[in-house]
Design a protein around this ligand. Structure first.
Ligand code: 1CP
Length: 364
């Protein structure tokens, strides 16, 4: 009797989805897989919905269509997690910047941030109001998923968002944003501080509305010199993680995944940031990475996205090499080391997913 009562009223803290279990380092029946940028231009069905929406940003702002494209790669490949269809740059837009995804040449943010007064004019968004379309999309996606797979929410890191805001878009040299960091560090710090508040509020709102894990993308962390990565980018990420509500509305823990591209040298520091999972790009050996952080965090990754252009046998061989390099330990989530390219063939993605889903250590 006491036992039954206990079973009924104890909070359920052990998830059943293999992706969420792997995030917590719990054993799984097989290694879960999802793919960064899994919903996108390489899928003909995505292009069709994008045409229906008119353009990319209108698609992000239409909750029903955003839910539809979130579901497409799950349905096609049988992936183990869905990721909210949105973009990291909706935050600078909600802070008051103009955002345009021009055809071809990448995003444009204007007017770019330069003077201290520009930072002062940026508002800290109220996610329920200024980003309500994201919250509506989360609810629409959860309804469509029917708990078949968990939903990952996300944000860019303050440093990565700052690169786009100061450069006015994508960059190859990062000269303006690095110039601000070195020559006017106080302006950079005030921008990062504002972004820490904005991102913390935004991720907490995503959690309240039903995302079951969150990923922080520090795509451009690797542009920074070593101490700068730790003191500038990772420091601001740590403040965000410390401010997150770590239990979702369903009473389950909400794991945090930290993906910082080009930052494999800082694995130990990232593992101490408060996150549960570190995402690796393809330049670090995942077996060695596991030895460096075993028991502290789970690892996500880390196949070179360029290898999806290789022949099917080579894709299979590489996926199996990564699975064996990590070994038969809990806490591995298979993924690419960065987002999938728009020219990738969906059939090659299917080869990868089937390889991971069919892999078992007992047969190897
Ligand atoms: O349809 C289109 O033409 C738009 C292409 C596209 C898509 C599908 C962009 C433009 N963003 C997205 C969606 C997106 N972006 C998702 C959700 C989809 C999914 O993962 O299934 C996510 C998580 C992002 C995150 C994002 N946007 C990052 C971090 C991840 C990464 O790849 O490093 C970054 C840096 C962006 C900025 C961005 N968005 C889009 C472009 C062209 C860019 C610039 C990239 C650059 O500067 O190189």
């Amino acid at each position: 009797m006491t036992k039954n009562l206990k079973a009924k009223y104890m909070p359920k803290t052990e998830p059943h989805h293999r992706f969420l279990r792997a995030c917590q380092g719990l054993p799984t029946d097989r290694v879960p897989i999802w793919i960064m940028r899994q919903a996108g231009r390489y899928l003909p069905e995505y292009m069709q919905v994008r045409r229906e929406a008119g353009d990319f940003l209108s698609l992000c702002k239409n909750p029903e269509l955003a839910a539809k494209v979130t579901w497409q790669p799950i349905e096609r490949f049988g992936l183990d997690a869905a990721i909210l269809f949105s973009d990291i740059l909706v935050i600078p837009e909600a802070m008051g910047m103009g955002l345009n995804f021009g055809s071809g040449e990448g995003p444009i943010l204007e007017p770019r941030i330069d003077a201290p007064g520009d930072v002062g004019r940026l508002r800290v968004p109220d996610p329920e109001k200024d980003l309500h379309y994201v919250m509506d999309a989360i609810q629409a996606i959860r309804a469509l998923l029917e708990d078949r797979v968990p939903l990952i929410g996300f944000s860019g890191s303050p440093w990565t968002l700052a690169t786009y805001m100061v450069e006015g878009g994508s960059s190859r040299t990062f000269s303006r944003v690095l110039g601000m960091l070195h020559e006017r560090p106080e302006v950079m710090q005030s921008l990062l501080d504002r972004l820490v508040t904005a991102v913390t509020d935004y991720l907490n709102a995503q959690i309240r509305h039903g995302v079951q894990a969150v990923q922080i993308f520090d795509t451009w962390g690797g542009v920074l010199e070593q101490d700068e990565f730790l003191n500038v980018s990772l420091e601001s990420i740590q403040r965000i993680i410390a401010g997150l509500d770590r239990i979702g509305p369903d009473g389950m823990p909400v794991p945090v995944i930290l993906f910082a591209k080009g930052c494999g040298a800082h694995l130990e520091a990232m593992a101490q940031s408060g996150c549960q999972v570190v995402g690796l790009d393809w330049t670090t050996d995942i077996g060695q990475a596991r030895e460096r952080v075993a028991g502290k965090v789970a690892l996500q990754g880390n196949m070179d996205p360029g290898l999806l252009r290789a022949a099917p046998e080579e894709i299979k061989r590489e996926a199996e090499r990564i699975l064996r390099a990590y070994g038969p330990h809990p806490g591995h989530i298979f993924n690419l080391g960065h987002g999938i390219a728009p020219d990738c063939l969906p059939e090659r993605v299917a080869v990868l997913v089937e390889t991971v889903r069919g892999f078992s250590f007992s047969e190897s």
